[in-house]
Design a protein around this ligand. Structure first.
Ligand code: URA
Length: 438
């Protein structure tokens, strides 16, 4: 039988049919080699977005994308290598605290992270707020550092899942990001290429997340856990709320500062909660602790003894950064001016719209609207009042960190509008919503 052409394969998906494993691999190999054009891949992405993919097709797409580059082989027992990934949120600086905490407990964390995407922040941009810190590394150096220090924090290299990097760029500009099979393949292809034995996925749910409903988040979580298992990896997905920003800061240096505070035992409660829940699961998957309680105690010990801070300092120094920021986070870049946003009336803070604050942060220069833009590490938003807190009219709700006060009025107005204040206290729901292991 003759092979179907690329337009024929796109038509199969467009009309709701299924592609087989060989056809998917041929498409991805052709795309990586430049033989399948960007416009063809964009059309295929839209067909997948509209028609979906079966679990078998999703698995085939993930593995073909993983194999589009190098699949890393790390030195120690595979079980010990566990990574964490978030589907993206606002104020989500968890990785910066979590990676050194669990690495100090004996997990090896080969972490390949991304940049800010849409209204959500990215770990790479936050790490680059540390003067001198480089997220670029060859795969060989990445392997060496992960085995020597227990952790390396890098960006996607040209060698790791290049098909994802290119497809992601197309999806970003063709309205095809929010597709469960495409997100599954995107996240897992690069994570499987890192050489991990296990993965803990933080699936964000709510207004500030890509998955806005619990049902969609659950479907995504199940899809990723299922495909991870087909690839012989232990994968746990933890669904966490992302209606309001996590912690009290939005913006790169501000968030890195807050993550470092957590390593000093001082961070905000919600950030600590998500960090410890995800970390406990990483220790469990690595086989280092059997219960969440024991895992938490071990992580808290790593924070209290300073072992987690020492680990972050080692990682920062190894990647060219100024390791003094770990003990003196005030050395991180700071914006020149502050603009206080005041409460228009008295009451309780019921909601803080994470999407709106994420978009305001982007408008202020903390994120990008085009892939080639630079971010300003120092600018951002500090939440002075968070959900459940009571404010009087005129009390500070938030503080904008800006380079100049001129022209900041529209941002201040957006931040004020993002707050919902009511006369009665809110009922606050749980932060950790569900854990999915199969
Ligand atoms: N994060 C990724 O890495 N890929 C997606 O498709 C969405 C979130």
């Amino acid at each position: 039988m003759t092979q179907r052409t690329v337009p024929e394969l796109i038509a199969v998906k467009r009309d709701g049919g299924a592609l087989d494993e060989r056809e998917i691999r041929r498409l991805i190999e052709g795309f990586t080699a430049g033989e399948v054009a960007d416009y063809q891949m964009s059309a295929l992405a839209m067909a997948i977005y509209l028609r979906g993919m079966s679990p078998k097709e999703t698995a085939a797409l993930t593995l073909a994308m993983r194999d589009s580059g190098r699949v890393v082989k790390l030195g120690g027992p595979e079980r010990l290598y566990v990574d964490k990934h978030s589907t993206g949120g606002v104020g989500d600086k968890v990785s910066i605290a979590l990676a050194p905490i669990v690495a100090a407990c004996g997990v090896r964390v080969p972490m390949v992270s991304g940049r800010g995407l849409g209204h959500t922040g990215g770990t790479l941009d936050k790490l680059e707020a540390i003067p001198g810190f480089s997220v670029d590394m060859t795969v060989d150096a990445f392997v060496k550092q992960t085995d020597a220090l227990g952790c390396a924090l890098i960006g996607q290299t040209a060698d790791i899942a290049p098909a994802d990097k290119r497809l992601y760029a197309l999806r970003d500009v063709t309205a095809t990001v929010a597709s469960i099979p495409l997100i599954t393949a995107s996240i897992l292809s690069k994570k499987l290429a890192e050489g991990i034995g296990g993965l803990v996925l933080d699936v964000k749910v709510g207004r500030g997340a890509f998955m806005q409903t619990l049902d969609d988040a659950r479907d995504l979580a199940r899809s990723i856990v299922r495909v991870g298992r087909l690839a012989n990896k232990r994968v746990t997905a933890i669904l966490t709320a992302m209606d309001a920003p996590l912690g009290r800061t939005i913006g790169n240096a501000l968030e890195t500062h807050e993550a470092i505070e957590l390593l000093h035992g001082r961070g905000p409660e919600d950030l600590a909660e998500v960090t410890y829940v995800l970390g406990a699961e990483m220790l469990r998957l690595a086989g280092l602790e059997a219960s969440e309680r024991a895992a938490r105690a071990r992580m808290e010990q790593a924070v209290h003894t300073g072992a987690a801070r020492a680990k972050l300092a080692e990682i920062v120094a190894a990647q060219g950064g100024d390791a003094r920021v770990v003990e003196e986070p005030d050395r991180l870049p700071r914006a020149r001016a502050r603009v206080v946003v005041k409460a228009p009336k008295a009451g309780y803070v019921h909601g803080i719209d994470a999407l709106e604050l994420g978009l305001t942060g982007v408008a202020m220069g903390a994120g990008r609207t085009r892939a080639d833009q630079a971010v300003d590490p120092a600018v951002g938003i500090v939440l002075r009042a968070v959900r459940g807190e009571r404010v009087k009219a005129g009390d500070p709700l938030a503080e904008l960190h800006v380079e100049a006060r001129a022209g900041t009025k529209p941002w201040a107005a957006r931040v004020e509008r993002a707050y919902t204040i009511r006369s009665t206290p809110p009922a606050l729901g749980p932060l950790v919503l569900e854990t999915i292991r199969k």
